[in-house]
Write a protein that binds this ligand. Structure first.
Ligand code: PMT
Length: 399
């Protein structure tokens, strides 16, 4: 939703990563943004403007004086149109030009003329990136309010390894979203979120687990980071990429999760338990792999794990405490019961038996219940969107 009806100008420079900007343009358009591309002449030698035209659905500008068929001054109209301006890849050349007030082509003149937030995505050879002149220019631009997405380290097109790689699209899209949101709804708030399913060891190779992927909790963490919260994500999975600007703590079983959540509790303003916690664990995990040759049948004795959310509810002082309920029947009634019993401020109830909801899918169907008994029900939507709604609703209650 954040991208719908938003105008994003993407400036593409003549670095070998220019082809990766095509993926960025495509992703932005898929999210509903109106994307306009300006390419430098060097960029147009690496990737044809037709590619960016096709992917953006708009004319691509390279030459300031070619095809003058509209009599508004194009670099000014694009500069004014932009809600966000992204330079990807940003070469040493464009960084140097803007830092020194040089506007001598379509891209540099438009950047100079815009009042929109400008994000540079530097991508170049390590030595070029680390050159003190480039670093000085970056420092100067940062001071002036320009935003930089750090390049990644790894294999470079020049067959060397080092810092200078074009970052993941998610990193760039996250920065853009933060600007588009512009609200900073949770600035100054410490938000602790748990995600994924706990794994209770039976022996060194087997465990009791559940079908939680962690997607729901990760989506909430991302949404909280977009709203400028100080986010800690306690994750029971390592399978998902860490969200941007989020501190990660990895745990395996319910007792590790319990310890992590309780150690963070005092300093937290908002705590959200999206993790699927195993209610039971084997009384003692075997030290060696259990051999079938030695056991015709096998009994595993289980003991109860701590109910982390319940304990947090008992200890609550200033925290806004949010739980989840994974139910298969009487979802609202069970949810209401949990709000009461676990002393929660909010609960997200999902019917995990419905197609497109619950475990290990990219969508969810949820109802938000509040401690005053009110209720909001939502249709099926992407977990990313639901995460944003949950964060908005929490912010409404906390601010
Ligand atoms: O990870 P995904 O694949 O995206 O799936 C998302 C989800 C279905 C896991 C998520 O939306 C969800 O419902 N999470 C909670 C799952 C769960 O454990 O529900 P529950 O009804 O058993 O527990 C109720 C609440 O108590 C939960 O907030 C849970 O984190 C907490 N709990 C439960 C047991 C326990 N021993 N300690 C707890 O803190």
């Amino acid at each position: 939703m954040m991208f719908i009806n938003k105008h994003i100008v993407v400036g593409v420079c003549g670095g070998i990563a220019a082809y990766k900007a095509a993926g960025l343009v495509s992703q932005l358009r898929q999210r509903g943004a109106d994307v306009h591309c300006i390419m430098t002449e060097h960029a147009a030698k690496l990737v044809t403007p037709i590619t960016f035209g096709e992917l953006s659905g708009n004319d691509v500008t390279v030459d300031m004086f070619a095809n003058i068929n509209k009599w508004d001054v194009e670099h000014i109209s694009l500069a004014q149109l932009a809600d966000v301006f992204v330079i990807a890849p940003a070469t040493a050349d464009i960084i140097g030009k803007i830092a020194n007030g040089i506007a001598d082509d379509m891209l540099s003149t438009t950047i100079m003329a815009t009042t929109a937030k400008v994000i540079f995505v530097p991508s170049m050879n390590t030595n070029m990136y680390e050159n003190p002149i480039v670093q000085e220019n970056i420092k100067k631009l940062r001071k002036l309010g320009y935003i930089f997405v750090e390049p990644e380290s790894g294999h470079l097109a020049c067959n060397a390894s080092g810092k200078g790689r074009f970052p993941s699209l998610e990193k760039i899209i996250f920065r853009i979203e933060r600007i588009l949101s512009g609200r900073q709804l949770l600035k100054g708030k410490r938000v602790v979120i748990s995600a994924g399913g706990t794994k209770e060891n039976i022996d060194p190779v087997r465990y009791i687990g559940n079908r939680s992927s962690g997607r729901m909790g990760y989506a909430i963490a991302r949404a909280a980071a977009i709203e400028a919260a100080d986010v800690v994500l306690v994750s029971c999975t390592e399978a998902l990429p860490a969200p941007e600007d989020v501190r990660m703590i990895y745990v395996r079983d319910a007792r590790e999760l319990d310890k992590a959540m309780k150690s963070l509790y005092e300093e937290s303003d908002i705590v959200i338990m999206a993790a699927a916690v195993s209610d039971y664990r084997p009384i003692a995990a075997a030290n060696q792999k259990i051999k079938k040759e030695e056991n015709d049948d096998l009994m595993i004795h289980l003991s109860l794990n701590p109910d982390i959310l319940f304990d947090l509810g008992q200890k609550k002082t200033h925290q806004f405490l949010v739980g989840f309920a994974a139910e298969t029947n009487d979802v609202i009634a069970h949810g209401r019961n949990k709000v009461e019993r676990k002393n929660l401020d909010m609960l997200i109830a999902n019917n995990v038996a419905m197609p497109g909801a619950g475990f290990n899918v990219t969508t969810n169907i949820a109802a938000i219940l509040y401690k005053d008994g009110t209720l909001q029900q939502y249709p099926k939507m992407a977990k990313e969107e639901l995460g944003k709604i949950i964060i908005e609703k929490i912010a409404e209650k906390c601010n």
